[in-house]
Design a protein. Structure first.
Length: 516
């Protein structure tokens, strides 16, 4: 039996009769045969529509994000916070492709989008519409998703199933508009992140406006996707003050060994320390270039998702002085070592520093810092000692690998002194903070010593809580507190040693270290 479809308004003599009948047949058939497709496969095909001149650099982090977004679509996750570096396709996937994919499954879904500027939110909206109106999309899901002719603008459009997509920006209006899923994409301009007013406006939109736009607070979902820009950006507020958010955080460079577990498939990606998020997009060289061009603070925030304030915390950015020519005639020169707890090269850093004291001033002269296992740590201390024979005292924190290293080297290298910290890390940093604020701690210039920028950034971020990266801070506080202790005892500074030690209460006052 042959079924013939005929459009009721087609003139029998029209040359387009067959074409229109075929079109109607395709649309009716599509209503029953529209393909079910995963978000990952949908995204790969949609990429060719959105970026025809740029091949997709497939990477595991995009598949991971697809699984998280699928859980949101399925109603299994209602609050998703995504922190990722710029230019890693987070907006193209989350804000442009994901909603178009959801409509292929549930065309009646309603979306609200918000970004820091109207131009950015409008661009995302146009890209979504371009995807939905593309021949690729219409051929596969045109029988399900058709945009309404009477509501089809750049920032707002509706389909015939009454699903809609509405875009706004900070300060924009959403009166009478709501959605099942609200997506906030970069709520703070990185160039305005230090503006308290800009942060206040973005936070007000997040807290006071967008939550009221959920059609159903019980079943509705919210997605916040940002590159971090400031400790008090919207993501910072969410992490500190709001509950029930799932946090997906992907720094551009892994700072320690990390296991990334996919929430649906259970797949596991092991990121070794130093691993680059998407090496096909940015390799080690490009990331290092980015560090230099952006500066340590911006890189830590936007790329590592670890922002610090403009001023810093206990140890402010403005505290440090710099030397360009090594001063002569130090009273004493010492080494200070912070050893890792890890036995592998994928753990924390080992940090060794060379310090000189001259009158009331403390000078950081050199530093070695790397991820090392036990044997590498031993070799590093031996090599550093050979390079800097003027340092008679070698302070080694008597924790982690320290005791084993002390035992191994005490009869091979003279002057190794076990140092036992007293009090918290934060208390020790606070002890030396007044000395730094007074301008008595001098660092090498950053032009000849690029590692100093990372040193300052670690100091500015340091709070003495959680799993902070603090090896450079620990080595510094150990050195400065020990040198202060020696001066407090009134001992001669030329030999670096003293017989009379303070009791613990006295040492906590002057620095919080004991070598007993």
């Amino acid at each position: 039996m042959t079924i013939t479809w005929k459009h009721p308004f087609v003139n029998k003599n029209s040359g387009t009769d067959v074409e229109l009948r075929q079109d109607v047949f395709k649309r009716v058939l599509a209503q029953y045969t529209s393909p079910e497709i995963s978000l990952w496969h949908f995204f790969q095909q949609a990429w060719d529509v959105l970026e025809p001149a740029n091949p997709l650099k497939k990477n595991w982090h995009l598949e991971l994000l697809c699984e998280y977004l699928t859980l949101v679509s399925d109603g299994k996750m209602q609050k998703l916070l995504i922190n990722m570096p710029p230019r890693n396709v987070k907006s193209t996937l989350t804000t442009i492709t994901f909603p178009a994919w959801v409509w292929t499954r549930r065309p009646a879904m309603r979306f609200v989008f918000c970004s820091y500027s109207s131009s950015l939110s409008t661009k995302h909206s146009i890209d979504r519409r371009r995807l939905i109106e593309s021949p690729w999309y219409r051929e596969r899901w045109g029988g399900i998703v058709q945009l309404s002719e009477d509501q089809n603008q750049k920032h707002e459009y509706e389909n015939t199933a009454r699903g809609h997509m509405v875009s706004t920006s900070i300060g924009g209006t959403l009166t009478g508009k709501g959605g099942d899923i609200i997506i906030e994409d970069d709520m703070l301009n990185p160039n305005e992140s230090d503006s308290e007013a800009a942060r206040r406006h973005s936070l007000s939109m997040h807290r006071n406006v967008l939550p009221t736009r959920l059609d159903s607070p019980i079943t509705g979902a919210r997605i916040l996707v940002e590159q971090r820009t400031h400790p008090d950006d919207v993501s910072g507020h969410v992490l500190k003050n709001e509950r029930d958010w799932t946090h997906l955080c992907l720094p551009i460079e892994a700072e320690e060994k990390t296991s990334v577990v996919f929430p649906i498939s259970g797949r596991i990606i092991e990121r070794e320390a130093g691993n680059i998020l998407n090496p096909m997009h940015q390799g080690k060289k490009e990331v290092d270039d980015l560090k230099r061009s952006m500066g340590s603070r911006a890189f830590a925030a936007q790329c590592q998702q670890n922002p610090t304030s403009e001023l810093g915390n206990i140890l402010k950015r403005s505290f440090w002085r710099h030397w360009h020519v090594k001063p002569p005639g130090f009273d004493i020169v010492i080494q200070s070592w912070d050893m890792t707890f890890k036995e592998t090269k994928s753990g924390s850093y080992v940090c060794g520093q060379l310090w000189g004291k001259r009158s009331a001033n403390f000078y950081l002269l050199d530093q070695v810092r790397a991820r090392m296992d036990f044997n590498d740590s031993v070799k590093a201390l031996e090599t550093f000692t050979a390079m800097h024979q003027e340092a008679f005292a070698k302070l080694v924190e008597d924790k982690a690998n320290g005791p084993a290293i002390i035992s191994t080297l005490k009869n091979r290298i003279p002057g190794i002194i076990p140092v036992s910290p007293i009090g918290t890390k934060a208390a020790r940093a606070q002890n030396i903070s007044p000395i730094a604020e007074a301008g008595n701690i001098h660092l090498p210039d950053m032009v000849s010593n690029p590692w100093v920028a990372d040193f300052i950034e670690e100091c500015a971020a340091f709070k003495g809580v959680g799993n902070e990266r603090n090896d450079q801070v620990d080595a510094m506080t150990q050195a400065v507190c020990w040198l202060m202790q020696m001066e407090y005892q009134g001992e001669p500074m030329d030999d670096g040693l003293g017989e009379n030690m303070l009791d613990e209460a006295e040492m906590e006052i002057v620095g919080g270290f004991s070598n007993v």
